[in-house]
Design a protein around this ligand. Structure first.
Ligand SMILES: [Cu+2]
Length: 127
C-alpha cells in the first residue's frame, strides 16, 4: 500500500508543478513611459516583464493614434530597434528619431521562456 500512496503523491506533485508552470507566463510589470503618462519625447521605450523573454518572438509595434489639432489618423512609427536588455526580461525599443507631440500606443507581444505568448497595449502621450 505504501508504494501506491507514494505513486499518488508523485502524481499530485506533478500536477502542482504543471499548475505552477502554467502561471509562470510573463506579464508586463512596468514601462517607461508609464502607462497613460504624458512625457517629453523619450529616446527609447522600455517594457519590463516578470519572466525571461524569447527575444525572437517578442516585440512591439508603435502607432501614433492622434495629434493635437489633427485628425485621429493612425500612423505606424518605423525605424526603431528592438532589443532585449541584459536581464533578459526587458524589451527596449530604441527610436531612430524623437517621437513628435501626440498620442501613442505600443502594441507589444512577449513570449516567455515557458513559450506562452502574452500581449497588450501601452498608451502614452508625448507633450
Ligand atoms: Cu505561461
Amino acid at each position: 500500500m505504501s508504494s501506491f500512496r507514494g505513486f499518488v503523491m508523485t502524481i499530485a506533485a506533478a500536477g502542482a508543478l504543471l499548475a505552477s508552470s502554467a502561471f509562470a507566463h510573463t506579464k508586463l510589470v512596468s514601462s517607461i513611459p508609464a502607462a497613460n503618462a504624458t512625457v517629453a519625447a523619450p529616446p527609447q521605450i522600455t517594457l519590463s516583464f516578470s519572466e525571461g523573454l524569447i527575444p525572437k518572438l517578442s516585440g512591439a509595434e508603435i502607432v501614433m493614434t492622434g495629434m493635437p489639432g489633427m485628425s485621429d489618423e493612425r500612423m505606424t512609427i518605423s525605424g526603431y530597434q528592438t532589443s532585449t536588455a541584459a536581464d533578459g526580461k526587458t524589451l527596449v525599443l530604441t527610436l531612430a528619431q524623437p517621437l513628435s507631440t501626440g498620442n501613442y500606443q505600443v502594441a507589444w507581444h512577449a513570449v516567455s521562456t515557458d513559450t506562452h505568448r502574452v500581449e497588450g497595449i501601452l498608451a502614452f502621450t508625448v507633450k
